[in-house]
Design a protein around this ligand. Sequence first.
Ligand code: NAI
Length: 542
Amino acid sequence: MKKDSLATGHDLLHSPRLNKGTAFSEAERRAYGLEGLLPPGVSTIELQVERTHAELARLTDDLQKYLLLSDLQARNETLYYAVLMSDPAGLMPLVYTPTVGEACQRFDRIFRAARGMYLPITARGRLREVLHNWPQDDVRFIVVTDGERILGLGDLGVGGMGIPIGKLALYTACAGVPPQYCLPVILDVGTNNQGLLDDPFYLGLRQNRIRGEEYMAFVDEFIEAVQTHYPKCCIQWEDFANFNAVAILNRYRDKICTYNDDIQGTAAVALAGIFAALRISDRKFSDQRFLFLGGGAAATGIARLISEAMMLEGVDAAAARARCVLFDINGLVVASRNDLADFQRPFTVDHAPVSAFVDAVKALRPTGIIGVSTVPKLFDRPVIEAMAEINERPIVFPYSNPTSRSECTAEEAYRWSGGRAIFASGSPYPPLEVAGRTFVPGQGNNVYIFPAMGMAIFATEAARVTDEMFIVAAKAVAEQVSEESLAKGLIYPPQSRIFEASLYVAGKVAAYIFDQGFARVPRPADIDAFVRAHAYRPAYSA
Ligand code: NAI
């Protein structure tokens, strides 16, 4: 620790990036004016991690655990990440879904320390000036939401800020993106949630959401302000309503370094699941046909990425698109329908209308069905049985979250297919036994993709984020699933070793970024070592 450049005494203890709490040595306490400000016992970071786990174990309520961790983040950032990285599988559900959902819903009640930037639409025309208030000179990663579609919870207004905060914590904990370069942002354009507007505790703008040109002009100004202050920054969009999410991504994907995890990260994690599933069934990717239940942001995002991955394998564009067919609330997404959104148009098929999903399965004979409808139970027994009749190893991915929205349970998929389904879901299911066989259902959690993508972008200072980068990431995730896991039906790597898995994926994506000429740093001899060298690890500086 360089003494001259640092705060001392009380200020040092209140500087989360520098604070070591009870781990300051006796020598440090003397040198930095800390004597008398801490109890005399000196801890190691390992002991501090253990103490935090003991404290967490005493709490029975997940929101209280969330708050304990969030207070720790505000007090001692190094210890916060040491704790998260000591048990990522166990703590991710507290820092992110599902607990973060409750934290967003109760945001106005539990608000404590400020974190990130709140940019209200009332500050339009001044965003550059407002962004200047952020204390860091170099920001490389922004996660931003407008709070309109928070998880499956809908419009939570400014309470949506919990999402960028939690998600950025995972960028660091799961792939080593250094926290000092990360900035959570909420664009507050109002809320249409009347309950919030009527709530005296609500902390956001008390107005209905601004739409249309005024909204887009505000987004444009935000991007311009970020580009001015932080030219190397990647902007990741999160939990926007689908019409805004698709419009913003299309407007900016070829102009700046940006991506949308709900669309592209989800697509990549589904693609990773498909690649791993094909290792089980030993089938060719380019022979697959997918039918989606749902035709929203997630479905069109996955369909687009699958089609592009097929095109990379030599399938022509029209044939690749025709391998992904959507079925939404009004039935099969066919060309003759006149109720379709613009973003659904590229995925229409020339087919007679079909109004029951099981009939669509029988007519189109897909090799896989992917549920992104938000509606539970629609992969019912006739649907799964039809899939099992058509396919030796049917791919069944009910991805809707949370568990209560899942299109079918793991048990239903395995039982109704006679144990032949290759299954993964959006929300986790525990291992189970069906007909004397043990199955370990995989969770298509975006966390296999976005932290690694962030790390690759950070290390290479990538100028763009392309769909091909997500295809590379998907392949790299699938490659890491062991034969032993595949034998139990598990098609994703274990979350307990997410850091190692992410660095592997980041290395592959970084290599692709260099190959494509999108890197803004010179190509190193050993790209994996280069990525590793850039990864943050929580250790106190000497
Ligand atoms: P969205 O609102 O954009 O789309 C929902 C779609 O489902 C719409 O096309 C709608 O017409 C369709 N739908 C609704 N009811 C239906 C019914 N009865 N029959 C057929 N189709 C119906 O939502 P988005 O963003 O596409 O998300 C969908 C689901 O996917 C959510 O539950 C979300 O949690 C899940 N998801 C899962 C992820 C993961 O596990 N990695 C990541 C992103 C989303």
